[in-house]
Design a protein around this ligand. Structure first.
Ligand SMILES: [Zn+2]
Length: 366
């Protein structure tokens, strides 16, 4: 196996020398080098090519793309714009020497596959060996594990990993609670997924793993709004946030995925940056580097518009008063006709919530 130069990217000084050696022209096609030209390894870094002037060359965007294409894997994966944006941002920020990327992603945006495909890309480029994922709920951990890769009844490999060239892709992302090992040294290009509460319960298991794999893993904090900075004590949020920060100290790069720019208690997200919000001077705004909004999801066709079909109906709501009947009231809403009563019904959760609960219960029964 090739011994890798610990430095993956050319320094600004090296780039300057490469530019001068190339006399400002692409060493592939002689086109003038524009801003954003690529300092390229002649012998690929993943094959042991050092990050040195001797092994470097200046390439224009087109030539670099062409060279990359020849090394590309045969994937069936076509990323959504949001997923491509996440991968591009992380790679760009890694190249700039930054250690974290913050992404705003609503449920349904395909964020799980976004980080799984990102991990595959980083692994292929020799940037990581493992991926470590933390999620707030066991159901999410199980989805991450089996959604990516599992073994079918006949021993065959199944899951979304099949979208990626088997020649090199991230393997099993095992759901781990408190059992060691989290990953197997013999299985490069794999990972684990655990809940924040497992992290809090077994912190030494995870922190030791992070130390052993210093600089060799992508850390993913999914629904990172569970990781607040500050002094709130409910549901272990702050403790998980503290531990994610310590995991991050050992990671190659950390991807924070959050569904909201704020936590319910207004505490800041760990590792995130904030800036003044021109729309609201009293608040600070989360700085994020990629975003999948609900509107994007609809525009790109992967989320459905919220639809409500109104049928003829009457709703009555009875408020119970004291024992003597005082304070008792009966409200009647007519949802037929012009539907003007719909607004007060939708505005008052005490009126519509029992209806929704009953529908959900009925669907569950079915
Ligand atoms: Zn060129």
């Amino acid at each position: 196996m090739a011994v890798l130069d610990p430095r993956r990217f050319f320094s600004p000084a090296q780039r300057q020398v490469l530019f001068e050696l190339a006399q400002g022209r692409c060493q592939g096609c002689s086109a003038e080098l524009l801003e954003g030209w690529h300092a390229d390894h002649r012998i690929p870094w993943v094959d042991g090519g050092p990050t040195s002037i001797e092994n470097g060359q200046a390439l224009c965007d087109a030539c670099n793309h062409e060279k990359g294409r020849q090394m590309q894997f045969r994937d069936d994966f076509v990323p959504r714009p949001f997923q491509a944006e996440v991968a591009n941002q992380v790679l760009e920020r890694l190249r700039a020497g930054l250690d974290r990327t913050t992404v705003l992603a609503t449920p349904g945006s395909g964020k799980t596959l976004a980080y799984q495909s990102l991990a595959t890309r980083l692994y292929r480029e020799g940037l990581i060996t493992y991926v470590a994922v933390f999620v707030p709920r066991i159901a999410l951990a199980e989805q991450c594990e089996t959604g990516w890769m599992y073994t079918g009844a006949a021993g065959e490999t199944r899951g979304l990993c099949l979208l990626f060239d088997a020649a090199k892709r991230i393997g099993m992302i095992r759901h781990r609670t408190n059992e060691a090992p989290l990953t197997f040294p013999s299985q490069h290009g794999s990972g684990f997924v655990a809940t924040y509460s497992a992290l809090v319960t077994n912190e030494s298991l995870y922190l030791n793993w992070a130390k052993i794999n210093e600089g060799r893993f992508l850390l993913v904090a999914d629904e990172a709004q569970f990781c607040g900075e500050g002094n709130d004590t409910d549901n272990g949020g702050t403790r998980a946030g503290e531990l994610i920060k310590r995991m991050h100290d050992h990671a190659r790069h950390t991807l924070l995925l959050t569904g909201t720019p704020y936590r319910a208690d207004n505490a800041r997200l760990i590792l995130a940056d904030y800036e003044p919000d021109p729309a609201n001077p009293k608040r600070l705004k989360l700085v994020h580097h990629a975003e999948a909004s609900y509107a994007d999801g609809i525009a790109e066709g992967y989320l459905r518009k919220f639809e409500l079909t109104r049928t003829d109906a009457r709703i009555s709501r009875r408020t119970l008063g004291e024992d003597d009947g005082r304070g008792e009231s009966l409200l009647e809403y007519n949802l037929s006709d012009d539907g003007s009563d719909l607004v007060p019904v939708l505005r008052d959760p005490q009126t519509w919530k029992p209806l929704v609960d009953r529908v959900v219960a009925a669907v569950k029964d079915k």
